[in-house]
Each structure stands twice: as C-alpha cells, then as structure tokens.
Design a protein around this ligand. Structure first.
Ligand SMILES: [Zn+2]
Length: 66
C-alpha cells in the first residue's frame, strides 16, 4: 500500500472508511516555514508568523524536525 501524497505543512489524521481506502483529514498546522518578525528599532526577533495559517508564534519558535 502506498502512502498518499499529503501536504507536509499540515498534520493528517487517518480516518478509516468502511470497506474503502482510508481518508485523511487535515489536522493542525506544523508551522514549518515561520517568518521572522523583527522589531523596527532593535532588529530583534520578537515573534514568528506562520504564512500557512497566519498564526503568530513565539520568538523562540523552532519547527519540529522529524
Ligand atoms: Zn501554521
């Protein structure tokens, strides 16, 4: 059985269907490509912004590596 091509930016929840192939439901965003948000004056990283889900993340955010 081959794994379906799933967008790696999101978590996918396998949902078995009776008598058929499993379906995948898009779950939480993994925030893989956060963009640094810097303070104008100090040029300090104050936060990260995830362009995939528009979620603001802490300055110390690191994407989860697998
Ligand atoms: Zn995200």
């Amino acid at each position: 059985m081959t794994e379906p091509q799933l967008d790696p930016r999101w978590e996918w929840i396998e949902s078995p269907t009776f008598g058929g192939p499993s379906e995948y439901i898009r779950g939480a965003c993994r925030h893989l490509t956060p963009v640094e948000v810097r303070a104008t004056v100090t040029d300090e990283v104050v936060a990260h912004l995830c362009p995939d889900c528009d979620h603001q993340l802490p300055a110390e955010w690191q994407p989860t590596r697998r």
